[in-house]
Design a protein around this ligand. Structure first.
Ligand code: TYD
Ligand code: MG
Length: 480
């Protein structure tokens, strides 16, 4: 079938592409064969004739294989921005000729972030930025920019959605940076489909990519993430562009994380932290301090955990609420962590701590600041916050809990313990519960207590009930 198809394949043909994962299919189907999402396949026009093959490279010199040692190490310097948090996620600054996709849900702050970037580039001597906006009117963009700082004459606003016009403007103005807000509003007249369709989004991005490589102008693209899949999401673009950054955060909260998920010019493991306020975004160079400052005064149910974001340790507050209910269906609500992880932790607590049952109780846990915890190193802290609320006893001041919980209640070792401990010490934590056998350097001023099991951790965090033996189910546990 496939062979037959290629024999008769016309110059221009149509396939289908999933707006969720970007996977291609020859036939339409209700479900994407690659990612199993429903109703996401869209018609996709394939570019005619492979014209790019014999083209010269960006500099007009025919491309050829080059010996490894003749390659210049850093061909063009990066443009560093005023905010260290931005430079960090970009891998050191803006690379000339690179295309950066900034994805995120509508309203999270993508346009605001890019206006800050524009202002920082335009603030340099002779700085010029082309901001193509198809999302908002020039008045709206001006209003936003005015909230963020003085209006710079170096930022050229271009209310345009036609790709030809945008490309021409980039060539003519030769700015230090071009911003297209958003890629879903742009249309290439050479292709069918309305703005936001898979064909349009992909082809427009590919053309901007070629233009960026050609002219050396870096291009930032805004891409809205939609859960519906009716509009082509940024995922369709991820493999076209050089760098993919996602702006995350709860719209009702201040904190925003800019996360690199792909970076041809740096680590794809970095995050930048920002806070949204009255005058736009601010960089948060010390997120742990910001999060601890906002933490609730030690109340039963709160605990401090360490979260590793890429290579960066953060101290984060988690909260739990355990509440008796008469309802037959108990509720388990997890904000910022996987609810299955919560189920697991509750089951371990029930089995490993004496007289503990959540059968008639609702349990709510949440992570402060809109952070999402995806690593198990926070298990122990979560478990202790639940116990703390259940006991109506606050965790001791200055205590941080680090460790993964195994199904038998054992506290398992976690990666980068040393970094976590240093971050905790740096922010005035005085005691850390850590897994036994961890071979990490212990920073000064931080007392480390090795715990083997969740029961031991409970006895270390809440010392008095343990003397009565209330919390130890297993015999033979050492009580200190
Ligand atoms: P925006 O950058 O327009 O989001 P996106 O481009 O991702 O759709 O940000 C919109 C939100 O940010 C809006 O809810 C208002 C808020 N905001 C502030 O709180 N303070 C500010 O100074 C600005 C400019 C926006
Ligand atoms: Mg916007």
């Amino acid at each position: 079938m496939g062979g037959e198809f290629s024999t008769y394949m016309p110059k221009s043909t149509v396939t289908f592409m999933c707006s969720e994962c970007g996977g291609e299919s020859l036939r339409w189907a209700g479900q994407c064969p690659h990612c199993q999402a429903w109703n996401t396949l869209q018609e996709f026009q394939v570019r005619k004739a492979p014209s790019g093959r014999k083209q010269a490279s960006a500099q007009g010199v025919p491309n050829r294989p080059v010996p490894l040692n003749e390659i210049e190490s850093e061909s063009s310097p990066r443009r560093r921005l005023a905010w260290g948090e931005l430079n960090r996620v970009l891998g050191g600054g803006v690379v000339p000729g690179s295309v950066v996709l900034v994805g995120g849900e509508p309203g999270v702050g993508k346009s605001t972030l890019l206006m800050h970037v524009a202002q920082q580039v335009a603030a340099a001597e002779g700085g010029k930025v082309l901001y193509a906006s198809g999302e908002e009117s020039p008045q709206q963009v001006r209003m936003r920019a005015a909230r963020l700082g003085p209006l710079s004459p170096g930022i050229l606003l271009y209310a345009e959605t036609d790709l030809d016009a945008i490309c021409e403007a980039i060539r003519a103005e030769a700015p230090q940076l071009a911003i297209v807000d958003s890629i879903q509003t742009v249309t290439d007249a050479g292709f069918e489909g309305s703005a936001g369709s898979v064909t349009q989004v992909r082809e427009s991005a590919a053309r901007l990519m070629r233009l960026a490589k050609d002219t050396g102008v870096p291009v930032f693209l805004v891409g809205h993430v939609t859960k519906e899949g009716s509009i082509a999401g940024p995922r369709v673009l991820e493999h076209i562009v050089d760098t993919v950054l996602y702006l995350e955060g709860d719209r009702r909260q201040e904190l925003r994380l800019l996360r690199a998920t792909k970076n041809r010019f740096g680590s794809a493991d970095e995050i930048g932290v920002f806070a949204m306020g009255e005058t736009g975004l601010e960089e948060v160079a010390d997120p742990s301090a910001a999060m601890l400052a906002a933490a609730a005064p030690t109340a039963p149910g709160t605990a401090i955990v360490t979260v590793l974001e890429g290579t960066r340790p953060l101290l984060v507050e988690v909260q739990s609420l355990v509440n008796k209910t008469a309802n037959a269906m108990v509720r388990r609500v997890a904000n910022g962590i996987d609810v299955n992880r919560l189920h697991m932790i509750l089951a371990v607590l029930e089995r490993r701590l004496k007289d503990t049952s959540f059968a008639q109780k609702d349990v709510f846990v949440s992570v402060a600041g809109g952070i999402r915890i995806t690593e198990p190193a926070a298990d122990l802290g979560l478990a202790l916050s639940i116990v703390s609320n259940e006991l109506a006893r606050p965790m001791p001041d200055g205590l941080v809990a680090i460790g993964e919980l195994g199904l038998t209640g054992e506290v398992r070792r976690v990666g980068h313990l040393e970094r976590r401990l240093h971050e905790a010490a740096r922010h005035g934590m005085t005691r850390a519960l850590i897994p036994t056998g961890s071979r990490a350097g212990r920073p000064a001023g931080l007392d480390t207590v090795e715990v083997r099991s969740v029961a031991e951790a409970v006895s270390a965090a809440f010392p008095s009930p343990i003397r009565s033996g209330m919390f130890i189910k297993e015999a033979g546990l050492s009580v200190s």
